[in-house]
Write a protein that binds this ligand. Structure first.
Ligand code: SAM
Length: 333
């Protein structure tokens, strides 16, 4: 599905049918789209759930919130907040349990395609990269303040960049003379720094560094870990978690989180530190891994790197809110 709210804002939803089918399995109750974007998944979920069900969406990008105004459905509402805060924001709405949570993480096409957002090394724009333009440090501010070892660590850990130390050094030398404030300026600096013959020819030399800086600026991995943990305590028994990720760093976090919850008896890989309650016993069952079809990848090359992981919540460590228990037991409690 291609979503268009104005001439620029275009997003082709990945794994649309697969993710919407999985997350709305319960059909009735409250469902969460944690990453509204341009609403492709939200619309598909709304077309599957019951007339008295609810869909509450989240996005941290004010442009996504603006785009959500196009959805005219009394079952739908949206919250402007990072999804790491979904448990608290839902509690403010009186919601303590839900039947499905969908997260289609990463950036939307409009974020990448609009030069002014500063995500793309292909177009010149201010070096911003914040998904939420109302708060936080821009990429330019972060690059101006961070130490050389910190920049190198981010490029290495979040971008798997072989030349992390070299690029960090070049950034720090350059900023002594001139502030780095434009995407083209940073892209050219990286292209000049990375040895020519060692470039991965299929990729722009700045690809990995831009990804790394974006992850740092938006705290993306921490957001994901906190949201997974929140999902574990929000989902009712049999509720479904569906997460689409686009690179191995994120997919590894999702996989390890679900594996650890599904097989608490097995040794857990400790290389990725997850919140302690992520390791609660047997929280998840029916783990599935779904890749986009060959046809989808042909039409939308961005889908090639996508992985959808789903899991169903068990009853373990789940306590039913008293009011719901009363209702279910006909007020016998
Ligand atoms: C890949 S797009 C989602 C596209 C959406 N599924 C659709 O069909 O249009 C990712 C969206 O998630 C939002 N996002 C990413 N990380 C977020 C976070 N931590 N909290 C809230 N929103 C986030 C981005 O702003 C972006 O709009």
């Amino acid at each position: 599905m291609i979503e268009m709210t104005d001439s620029q804002a275009l997003h082709r939803t990945v794994l649309l049918t697969e993710a919407a089918d999985e997350v709305s399995r319960a059909h009735n109750g409250i469902f969460i789209d944690a990453t509204f974007g341009r609403g492709g998944h939200s619309r598909a979920v709304l077309s599957r759930i019951a007339p008295d069900a609810r869909l509450i969406a989240f996005d941290r990008d004010p442009e996504a919130i603006r785009a959500a105004a196009a959805i005219d459905d009394p079952r739908f509402s949206i919250v402007h907040a990072p999804f790491s805060e979904m448990k608290e924001k839902l509690a403010e709405l009186g919601v303590t349990q839900v039947k499905g949570i969908l997260m289609d993480i990463g950036v939307s096409s409009p974020q990448i395609d609009e030069a002014d957002r500063g995500f793309s090394f292909r177009m010149d724009g201010p070096l911003d990269m914040r998904m939420d333009t109302t708060c936080g440090l821009t990429a330019a501010r972060w690059l101006a303040q961070a130490s050389e070892p910190d920049i190198a660590r981010v490029l290495r850990d979040y971008g798997e960049e072989r030349f992390a130390a070299k690029i960090a050094r070049a950034i720090c030398r350059t900023r002594e003379e001139t502030p780095i404030e434009r995407t083209a300026q940073l892209a050219e600096l990286i292209a000049r720094t990375v040895p020519k013959n060692k470039n991965d020819s299929a990729q722009h030399p700045a690809t990995r560094s831009f990804q790394a800086i974006r992850i740092q600026v938006n705290g993306e991995l921490d957001e994901l870990k906190r949201a997974l943990s929140a999902a574990g305590s929000l989902l009712a028994p049999d509720g479904v978690l569906a997460v689409i990720s686009f690179h191995s760093l994120e997919d590894r976090i999702v996989k390890r989180f679900l594996d650890a919850g599904a097989h608490p008896d097995k040794a857990v890989d400790s290389r990725i530190a997850l919140p302690a309650d992520a390791f609660a016993p047997a929280l998840w069952t029916d783990l599935r891994r779904i890749k986009p079809s060959v046809e989808e990848c042909e039409v939308n090359p961005r889908a090639r790197s996508a992985v959808l992981r789903t899991a169903q919540r068990t009853e373990a460590l789940w306590s039913e809110p008293a009011a719901d228990a009363d209702k279910r037991k006909g007020g016998r409690r």
